[in-house]
Design a protein around this ligand. Structure first.
Ligand SMILES: [Zn+2]
Length: 226
């Protein structure tokens, strides 16, 4: 499947918006409750750094630790929720054709690029997040640990972890159903010094749709004593 083969009409519902985010680009917007944001990795192996907030009160935002605890795994996929710090689902993952995403690697920054790779002044996800968040009056203090769609950070039995080649093929996507009105900030990762983008940053597609036949399947984490 080539990039051009993914059509917005492929989504199971009424298309609300359909945009391409160019390689190294950023994006922000509000996904209305019950609408679904589809993130398409058009050419494969493209990390999509992702933050989300309650649109009504952005001080309520994605909480990585709680999301992992509730999912009981660091590898999020269909059925898992993205939770805020007050235990509210902001998004539910309702489809995932890739099956490997990252919750622990965080976003690249100019400082981490200098520390890890000895390079200065190159495009990075934190600067992209700052641009995307500024459109909604948010800033550096609003950047928290983020999700990286299509990025692969396995953890070995001895606890070691590393960014390695992603699993996504051209056209792979995740569908995220908003459970409330959710503000989203995205950095289409510009990194070229590790394998997260297959060595070459590429465009992504963002399709927002209203699901046909209502809000679709419900998913919930089971509650246990842990
Ligand atoms: Zn990055």
């Amino acid at each position: 499947m080539s990039a051009a083969d993914h059509r917005a009409s492929d989504v199971p519902g009424r298309v609300v918006s359909d945009e391409i985010v160019p390689e190294r680009g950023d994006w922000s917007g509000v996904i209305a409750a019950n609408h679904v944001l589809r993130i398409v990795d058009l050419e494969g192996r493209q990390a999509v750094d992702f933050l989300c907030y309650s649109a009504a009160d952005p001080s309520e935002r994605y909480n990585a630790a709680d999301t992992m605890k509730f999912a009981k795994t660091i590898f999020l996929t269909t059925g898992h929720g993205l939770y805020s710090g007050v235990g509210r689902r902001l998004f539910t993952i309702v489809a995932d054709t890739c099956g490997r995403h990252d919750t622990i690697g965080g976003c690249c920054s100019s400082e981490s690029n200098r520390f890890r790779y000895g390079v200065d002044g190159i495009a990075n996800c934190r600067d992209n997040f700052l641009k995307a968040l500024a459109r909604f009056g948010l800033g550096r203090k609003d950047i928290v640990a983020n999700v990286n769609w299509f990025m692969n950070v396995p953890v070995e039995a001895d606890g070691s972890m590393a960014i390695v080649d992603g699993w996504s093929k051209p056209g792979d996507y995740v569908d995220l159903r908003a459970e409330v009105d959710v503000l989203v900030a995205i950095s289409n990762c510009p990194q070229i010094y590790n394998p997260c983008n297959g060595g070459r940053p590429t465009p992504i597609r963002l399709v927002t749709y209203e699901p046909a036949g209502g809000t679709g399947a419900s998913f919930a984490e089971t509650t246990t004593s842990d």
